[in-house]
Design a protein around this ligand. Structure first.
Ligand SMILES: Cc1cc2nc3c(=O)[nH]c(=O)nc-3n(C[C@H](O)[C@H](O)[C@H](O)COP(=O)(O)OP(=O)(O)OC[C@H]3O[C@@H](n4cnc5c(N)ncnc54)[C@H](O)[C@@H]3O)c2cc1C
Length: 300
């Protein structure tokens, strides 16, 4: 039986590994695809302290190498069940069963796709305005989505970009009234309602997006260099179903310090209910969850 089993090898899970290993615990990490999580998909990371700019996969490799150097065992398998036992937990993954005294779930989230953008990712299309907005200083951009995140992204980008087109499939935005009012007052934001993106065009990078009016079928080509997709995220919380409480979207409700209602089970990073989903906040969660898991193992 390992002391602590971590599910998910993104920034939260890898930071949790570094902290738990340094506390002297034995640690196993289960990762279903490749280490680094969403961070590994980022073309360039420019907001992580200590690095002016670093490729996402490179930061992920550094985090994993650091944890491996401290003694981490990484198993490439998808965790599909967690069961509480008398002595700890049994975790099912790809037909095998792992036993641990404490579990940290750091399974992250995945941005929802429009289905048309995959070849433009890192070439003008982004799922993260806070991460990539600065690359579009003085250039026209579009934000796709109509909720709080999309409108918040549009306001954030209006302070950087030359113009922001805010594209939404419905005839009104579904964000907080105060945010909608702020959008109405912002000269730099052009509202493009009742419209869905149908294609993205460009050469080495994005040059335009075509949107279709859902009422009359007319199409309009909008010249933009950046497209920010904010149509929601899907939290990867399926492995915790039935064990812990989640909000309506599936984000795990915690005690604010990565604890859950199940003693010894901690949740860190983008998969939990938090206000900012970034690498630095995922790492912070990983550290807090690790401290608590190590303390739990010591006291049981
Ligand atoms: C394109 C893009 C660019 C970004 N750029 C930046 C940036 O520049 N700066 C910044 O701060 N943030 C950026 N972000 C956000 C940042 O990457 C995330 O906030 C951060 O990675 C969250 O870390 P996490 O460890 O909580 O989850 P994730 O990074 O999502 O990692 C979760 C890991 O868990 C694994 N996993 C999921 N379910 C299971 C399971 N059942 N069993 C085993 N493994 C599982 C996944 O494969 C994944 O590796 C970006 C996000 C994207 C998508």
């Amino acid at each position: 039986m390992t002391d602590i089993l971590i599910i998910g090898g993104g920034p939260a899970g890898l930071t949790a590994a570094i902290y738990t290993l340094r506390s002297g615990a034995s640690v196993t990490l289960l990762e279903k695809t490749g280490v680094g999580g969403q961070a590994a998909l980022a073309d360039k990371i420019v907001n992580y302290p200590g690095f002016d700019s670093i490729a996402g996969y490179e930061l992920a490799e550094k985090m994993h190498a650091q944890a491996t150097g401290l003694g981490l065992t990484t198993v490439y398998a998808q965790a599909d069940s967690i069961e509480r036992t008398q002595t700890g937990f049994k975790i099912g993954a790809d037909g095998d069963v792992y036993e641990a005294k404490s579990v940290i779930v750091a399974t992250g989230a995945s941005p929802r796709s429009l289905g048309i953008e995959s070849k433009w990712l890192g070439r003008g299309v982004s799922y993260c305005a806070t991460c990539d907005g600065a690359f579009f200083r003085g250039k026209p951009v579009a934000v796709v989505g109509g909720g709080n995140t999309a409108l918040g992204d549009a306001l954030y980008l209006s302070r950087i970009a030359s113009k922001v087109y805010l594209i939404h499939r419905r005839d009104e935005y579904r964000a907080a009234a105060a945010t909608v009012e702020e959008i109405e007052r912002c000269d730099k934001v052009e509202k493009v309602l009742s419209s869905v993106p149908v294609s993205i065009d460009g050469d080495v990078s994005v040059k335009s997006m075509t949107v279709k009016n859902v009422n009359d079928g007319t199409e309009r080509q909008i010249e933009v260099n950046g497209i920010f997709i904010a149509v929601g995220q899907t939290p990867e919380s399926a492995v915790l179903r039935g064990l812990v409480k989640t909000d309506a979207s599936g984000y795990v409700l915690t005690d604010g310090r990565c604890g859950t209602e199940v003693p010894g089970l901690f949740v860190a990073g983008d998969v939990r209910d938090t206000t900012l989903r970034q690498i630095v906040t995922a790492c912070a969660d990983g550290a807090i969850a690790a401290e608590r898991a190590a303390e739990y193992v010591r006291s049981h």
